[in-house]
Design a protein around this ligand. Structure first.
Ligand code: TMP
Ligand code: ASP
Length: 237
């Protein structure tokens, strides 16, 4: 499958059209940003790690019955995916308070939530991705109630699937952000990526951060953390 025109360049990926109108090629970059693009940098090797780790997770999720956009990994950095219209929501699931939740509710980072927490943010850089609730989403037409019910169900299921895989590698899934897409026939599928850019991963024994917070918070050892996730999750797969 050959790339034709570039459809979109985001902060971490480029998306290309292909000769097949129903398929795209995603190309993962080493560029890293935080705080809505205010902080910029490069994480050497990130594109390849995120591509491979995300595809690995999505394959398992697909095997458990949740449809995803992944068709085929084409190379270290590139994956063939189903073409979708992205539902303009960042769907966040949290098991442990960290980041913006800890700040918003005055919780100490590391507080275990008694039940997984689901949040939605409207994907809009100009507005800084504001948090929205179900009635905003329906009133604004971002998704229908039926779509949102399915997205919520899938998101909690994905949390359980990922927690299970990661536990075996001594990684605690603190929280993560996912995005969904709508195919031409209206089917909702998991899109975007699941990687150290979009999840908080803590070492289960030492609580060491093994994700993009090392970049966001200038903790050092950023590349090593991404490598560690690749090694633990994929081993020699
Ligand atoms: P937050 O605590 O900053 O709201 O982040 C929650 C989760 O979402 C965390 O795993 C990091 C991820 N995330 C993204 O993937 N993209 C973003 O733009 C932000 C702000 C967070
Ligand atoms: N999406 C954020 C940014 O725009 C990055 C992040 O905090 O993950 O820069």
């Amino acid at each position: 499958m050959n790339k034709t025109e570039m459809l979109y360049e985001g902060k971490a990926k480029k998306v290309w059209a292909t000769e097949d109108e129903n398929l795209c090629i995603v190309s993962y970059k080493d560029d890293a940003t935080a705080f809505n693009g205010l902080k910029k940098g490069t994480i050497v090797g990130k594109g390849s790690i995120n591509n491979r780790v995300s595809n690995y997770f999505m394959k398992i999720i697909e095997d458990k019955g949740i449809p995803t956009h992944v068709v085929e990994e084409l190379s270290d950095r590139e994956t063939l995916v189903k073409r979708v219209e992205i539902v303009p929501l960042e769907v966040i699931v949290r098991n442990i308070a960290a980041g913006s939740l800890a700040k918003r509710l005055g919780l100490e980072e590391g507080t275990v939530m008694s039940h997984p927490v689901l949040e939605f943010c409207y994907k809009n850089d100009a507005l800084n991705d504001p948090m929205v609730n179900t009635s905003h989403i329906i009133a604004m037409g971002f998704a229908t109630r039926e779509e949102l019910d399915l997205i919520s169900k899938y998101s909690f299921q994905i949390n359980e699937i990922l927690k299970g895989i990661l536990e075996m590698d001594n990684i605690t899934l603190v929280d993560f952000k996912i995005e969904f897409g709508r195919m031409k026939d209206g089917t909702i599928i998991l899109a975007d990526e699941i990687s150290p850019d979009t999840c908080r991963f803590w070492d289960s024994r030492t609580s060491e951060k093994l994700d993009k917070d090392r970049f966001r918070r200038d903790l050092g050892g950023v590349e090593d953390a991404y490598q560690e996730i690749l090694k633990r999750v994929m081993g020699n797969k």
